[in-house]
Design a protein around this ligand. Structure first.
Ligand SMILES: NC(=O)C1=CN([C@@H]2O[C@H](COP(=O)(O)OP(=O)(O)OC[C@H]3O[C@@H](n4cnc5c(N)ncnc54)[C@H](O)[C@@H]3O)[C@@H](O)[C@H]2O)C=CC1
Ligand SMILES: O=P(O)(O)OC[C@H]1O[C@](O)(CO)[C@@H](O)[C@@H]1O
Length: 390
């Protein structure tokens, strides 16, 4: 394979190594990982290859990922800037809250650009409009001249990325990644009009991303997080254990029945198609081979209780239509109860906020709901219940 194209990928974690880098590598890109975690960067620098193992119903397939380099942006920012100046694409999978921290170095790379075609930037996060958000942070750091000629320097495309990559442990090579076989990576096509769009095999270019990302976030992530929060509350360690508990299984199904109603109504997707999609997701999150922990899937509850996120996002739209949202609110309640979980900073911040703020202030601050929104008083009641220890 010839490696004529170069991709800079921020975040050498689970989805970065296991999904994004695998696709870039298999499409002939040299991948330059950028991370701030010493152990990951050192391992990538020392180890010339790692293995991605896909777990499917029909067995396992392995791929060797090589021809990559790695830079720690904490110590070697100048190198990162130079790589971006001569790269074809920048991708990231760092978590929505980290976008603001990677933006300044990307901006400097754009300012220093030495190629006569635009850099393609695609954020791969569980977040609606993640690339737009990154673009805003980048714009704040760009000079006026660059902003005037922005189209010639950079093109931003939002994406929806779906593949379950659990935390990895027990692998002989700590860089190895075990992932599910299923994947979906949709990227907006129109931002590349008049420019070359990244030729990444497996990427599905779409003209309208909203139906894809909402269907994904409000089905995959809603069901996964519902199983995780109820599972955590009932002492389950792994997501499939939660899904094999009949009560939790039924609750998860009720939540995705509510979101299916929204997806069908707002995106004109056929009910039978959405039903097939739901069944596929239920099977995926029930897969014992993934050994996915409820605390990983429930991580960052403050973000997950946000206005556009997996519970309040669909529930607020449904409430505006006068449609049922009981199961979604039940799941949101369990998210509010995900407090002081070891290793999850946000769960401690959530606990602090629920102590300090009254229910109205917490509802507004955490869920971003306006007082006159039809969902508002119902969420306030939930917050009061959680605060009262009931
Ligand atoms: N793991 C999964 O199954 C999926 C994850 N995603 C999304 O991908 C994103 C990453 O998730 P994971 O890979 O699971 O998390 P992870 O925690 O395994 O990886 C995140 C990586 O970002 C790095 N990082 C943090 N700050 C950084 C900075 N300033 N510069 C460069 N790197 C930095 C971390 O050190 C870590 O290696 C999240 O937005 C998640 O929602 C999306 C679909 C599936
Ligand atoms: O990455 P988030 O947004 O914290 O959500 C947790 C998990 O949800 C999934 O995307 C699928 O439900 C994961 O595999 C992901 O890491």
């Amino acid at each position: 394979m010839s490696y004529e194209k170069k991709a800079i990928h921020f975040g050498g974690g689970n989805i970065g190594r296991g999904f994004v880098a695998e696709f870039l590598h298999n499409s002939g890109y040299e991948v330059v990982f950028v991370d701030v975690m010493d152990s990951i960067i050192e391992a990538l620098q020392k180890t010339p290859s790692y293995t991605v193992t896909e777990i499917g119903e029909d067995g396992e397939r392995t791929f060797t990922i090589d021809h990559y380099r790695a830079i720690n942006s904490k110590y070697e920012e100048a190198k990162v800037i130079d790589e971006i100046a001569t790269a074809d694409t920048v991708t990231c999978a760092v978590g929505p809250n980290i976008l603001k921290f990677i933006a300044p170095v990307i901006a400097k790379g754009i300012e220093a650009r030495r190629l006569d075609y635009p850099l393609a930037v695609i954020a791969c996060e569980n977040m609606i409009g993640a690339t737009d958000a990154l673009a805003e942070f980048i714009k704040a750091k760009l000079g006026e001249d660059t902003i005037k000629a922005l189209d010639t320097k950079v093109r931003y495309a939002n994406s929806a990325i779906d593949r379950i990559v659990p935390n990895q442990s027990g692998n002989a090579n700590p860089l190895d990644v075990k992932i599910e076989k299923f994947y979906e990576w949709c990227v907006e096509e129109t931002p590349f009009n008049g420019a070359k769009k990244p030729a990444i095999e497996g990427v599905h270019y779409v003209t309208a991303l909203k139906p894809y990302i909402e269907r994904k976030l409000f089905t995959v992530n809603t069901s996964h997080a519902t199983a995780a929060y109820y599972g955590y509350a009932r002492g389950k360690k792994l997501v499939h254990e939660a899904m094999h508990d009949k009560e939790i299984h039924d609750i998860v199904r009720s939540a995705v029945k509510e979101t299916a109603n929204l997806i069908v109504k707002s995106h004109g997707i056929e009910a039978s198609e959405q039903n097939d999609y739901v069944e596929k997701i239920i099977a995926r999150i029930s897969n014992p081979a993934l050994e996915d922990e409820v605390v990983r899937v429930g991580r960052a509850p403050l973000r997950k209780l946000g206005r556009k996120e997996r519970f309040i996002g669909p529930a607020s739209q449904l409430a505006e239509m006068g449609e049922p949202v009981d199961a979604l609110l039940g799941a949101a309640e369990q998210a509010f109860r995900f407090q002081n979980v070891e290793g999850d900073e946000e769960s401690a911040t959530l606990a602090g906020m629920l102590k300090e703020l009254d229910a109205d202030a917490a509802t507004q601050k955490i869920c971003g709901l306006e007082k006159d929104h039809p969902l508002y008083s119902r969420v306030v009641e939930i917050v009061k219940k959680v605060q009262g220890g009931n």
